[in-house]
Design a protein around this ligand. Structure first.
Ligand code: DGJ
Length: 723
């Protein structure tokens, strides 16, 4: 029996699915509804049928299809050699509970079964949509497109993300007009330029205002996002895996399962969305595995030495890093056999005998004796033509016979879909992990997939799954080893890779003037605990821009903090400031990584403000990234506080001299403590200092009373102040 409706409830929300004429429609996603209200929502969801269209209209189901008269972007496109091209799956059975619903839809004529599963996370209200297509016919079925789901949209302002290497997550907004906005990613990795994330919301939605629906396709291969306004004004969003031509063919009885489309809704703008997504990523996607261990402050050798590895120098770097408070030392690219630049040696995962005549142990022992963990860079999916691996096995890379496979960063992609290739790479990494106390792998991936064929068949899908399988196998064998997902910076940042990795290298661009915006966009979908954020050198090697330590460190402070520079080149003042910032990060680490991160809006477009808060207090950071247009800055209105509680507020990095820009600065900006209720801090906000470009103001808030009438003595904490 097929029920007329199914109601999922969780996270203060309901999703109502209506089943009619064999089609499943999502008619409500919003505040939790009673059973009676749900029935009314279904009745009122009928928009009628306009003139000029088919007599039965065009149902916008979870999988709208051309065979059902749907003339918009279909959710399912198929082919058979006999000319079959239409699919019309109709629901034949539904199973539903409070937090999950599954239905099956069959099309005997086309010979396919569609199974759809939707789950709603009870704690956060994040929904997951997944679809399976089975070939029930007697011949090969070719799938050209299968959306994980098509979701109806109420609003028409869309936010997607452009990007490039060293410039990830650049927000682009548009109002949806009739037609489709297609975001195709054909790179075979999550990509820099078309990552599978979108937000659609009420026109003008902001950090705190507006209805928004956030979407993410959790897949590390090629992807497609579709946003469409239909000719009758209705709106839909789809997401799915992008196949190469003829890539997804199913023999009779075979099935394909889509990646999961995760979606969340908020009526409090992007911060409301993040308030759902951050705990969902931490607790569900990552299974809560990071909660038990504070994220270790990291030093990574890349921008300190690049390929120039010298044991004594690396030991000296480790000494400096440890003195600054670093807890994990990561040896980046350049450590393995013959690797002196980026043209050789990928695939030969053993220490370079000239650089490490006694292997890695002397360095690892030194690092561990300083109390730090040791981490190692690898790029297991790749091999250079100039490697012993490819010399011995020239046929081990993905390629199309007879065609020259283009190089990317001088390297080819190994065909991990072949067991012998995957086994050989596993064996090399496994033996490194067995031989040494390596706590962390920086897993890099530095080229797009093109000509991605295995045994003459397109293989991006199979390769993506083979990468997951290789990581899963290594994790199962070495459960204590953490893994970072890196792909030329943030080219592989998605929820499916995060199920098996512990952090993401957000970007190779560490310039705080770029990084502030980049991280701001990144944290819409990712919690700060997985966001690799490192303090770079004063003159940035990528942008050439110059920045002070206060801004560089404050930018890394709100992620998984680390250093990406030669700390021996920091001046004494820079080192003191950095050590203080690392200590500050450690003091607030639980709040930063398990509390709530809020991107505070501020009317000055040249400013950027963040706040991390929990029930005990908050850390607030205001930065001036471009000249302000006003003589004094507008107050910074805080958020996420208990409005009835009293807080002690202290600027912990007051200037050593009064500001030359002001006749008199607000006392709080000069470092005088203040007490105020949450209500005052939220409505009136903090009075800010006038900052130069690159300036930072940091505030600690300590909850000192549960009611707003608290009038206790403000406790001064001079030791907390910046050097
Ligand atoms: C690209 C990464 O994003 C960098 O951090 C660094 O690890 C280089 N690869 C090393 O080749």
């Amino acid at each position: 029996m097929i029920p007329p409706l199914v109601r999922l409830s969780g996270g203060g929300q309901s999703l109502i699915f209506a089943f009619e004429s064999g089609l499943a429609r999502l008619v409500w996603w919003g505040a939790e509804l009673s059973a009676m209200e749900a029935e009314a929502a279904v009745r009122l969801a009928d928009r009628g049928i306009p003139q000029g269209m088919l007599d039965a209209g065009e149902a916008l189901s979870l999988h709208p299809c051309a065979a059902q008269g749907f003339t918009g972007f279909p959710a399912l496109e198929i082919r058979r050699d006999d000319g079959t091209f239409l699919a019309d799956p109709r629901v034949t059975g539904v199973r539903g509970g409070a937090d999950a619903v599954e239905w099956r839809a069959m099309d005997r004529l086309a010979g396919l079964d569609l199974s759809v599963k939707v789950t709603l996370d009870a704690a956060t209200g994040v929904a997951a949509f997944k679809t399976r297509v089975e070939n029930t016919g007697g011949s090969t079925l070719c799938l050209d497109w299968v959306a994980s789901a098509a979701l109806p949209l109420d609003e028409d302002e869309a936010l997607m993300f452009d990007g490039r290497w060293a410039g990830e997550m650049r927000p682009v907004r548009a109002r949806l007009t009739t037609g489709t906005w297609l975001k195709d990613n054909r790179t075979g990795r999550t990509s820099h330029h078309a990552p599978p994330f979108a937000v659609v919301g009420a026109p003008g939605f902001g950090e705190d205002e507006g209805e928004v629906l956030g979407l993410h396709l959790a897949w590390s291969g090629s992807t497609r996002l579709v946003l469409e306004r239909l000719r009758d004004g209705r709106l839909q969003a789809q997401a799915g895996e992008l196949f190469l031509p003829g890539e997804m063919t199913l023999a009779p009885g075979e099935a394909y399962e889509t990646p999961t489309l995760y979606a969340a809704r908020s009526d409090r703008g992007l911060n409301g969305l993040s308030a759902r997504l951050h705990p969902f990523v931490r607790d569900v996607i990552m299974g809560g595995r990071l909660a038990a261990r504070p994220r270790p402050v990291t030093f990574n050798t890349w921008e300190a030495v690049y390929f120039r590895h010298d044991l004594d120098e690396l030991k000296a770097l480790a000494d400096r890093a440890a003195a600054l408070g670093v807890e994990r030392f990561v040896l980046d690219d350049g450590w393995f056999a013959g690797r002196h630049d980026d043209t050789t040696s990928l695939g030969d995962w053993r220490p370079d005998p000239a650089k490490y005549p006694e292997g890695l142990s002397p360095l690892i022992d030194h690092v561990r004796a300083l109390g730090m963990e040791f981490g190692l860079w690898v790029e297991p999916e790749m091999a250079n033509p100039a490697s012993e691996l490819l010399a011995a096995h020239p046929d081990w890379s993905l390629k199309v016979a007879g065609r020259e496979q283009p190089l990317g960063r001088g390297q080819y992609v190994l065909d991990l879909t072949r067991a012998e290739v995957s086994d050989a790479i596993f064996a090399q990494i496994d033996s490194l992990l067995r031989a040494h106390p390596i706590a962390y792998l920086k897993w890099d991936m530095n080229r797009d997939l093109t000509h991605a064929a295995s045994a003459g068949r397109p293989a991006v899908h199979a390769q993506t799954q083979a990468v997951y399988a290789l990581i899963d196998r290594l994790r199962a064998t070495h459960p204590g080893v953490e893994i970072e997902s890196c792909a030329s910076g943030g080219g592989r940042a998605d929820y499916e890779i995060l199920k098996r990795t512990d952090r993401i290298w957000t970007s190779d661009n560490n310039d705080p003037f770029v990084r502030q915006a980049l991280q701001r966009a990144f944290t819409i979908f990712f919690p700060p605990g997985v966001m690799g954020a490192h303090v770079p050198a004063a003159i940035n090697p990528i942008t050439g821009g110059r920045s002070g330590m206060a801004l560089r460190a404050a930018t890394a402070l709100f992620g998984h903090m680390g250093i990406e520079a030669d700390p021996r080149r920091f001046s004494l003042g820079e080192s003191e400031r950095l050590a203080w910032m690392i200590a500050l990060h450690k003091r607030h680490r639980r709040r930063l990584h398990s509390g709530r991160l809020i991107r505070l809006p501020h009317p000055d477009p040249g400013a950027s403000a963040l706040m991390a808060t929990d029930s005990e207090g908050a850390l607030v950071c205001f930065t001036q990234l471009a000249p302000s247009m006003t003589a004094t800055p507008a107050p910074l209105k805080l958020s996420g506080l208990d409005e009835a509680a009293t807080y002690l507020v202290l600027r912990i990095d007051p200037p050593s001299r009064p500001s030359a820009m002001m006749k008199r600065s607000p006392p709080l900006a000069e470092g005088a403590p203040a007490t105020a209720s949450g209500r005052v801090l939220v409505r009136q906000g903090l009075p800010l200092p006038v900052l130069r470009v690159g300036g930072v103001a940091l505030y600690e808030l300590e909850r000192i009373g549960d009611d707003a009438a608290f009038s206790g003595e403000a406790r001064l904490a001079p030791a907390r102040r910046a050097p």
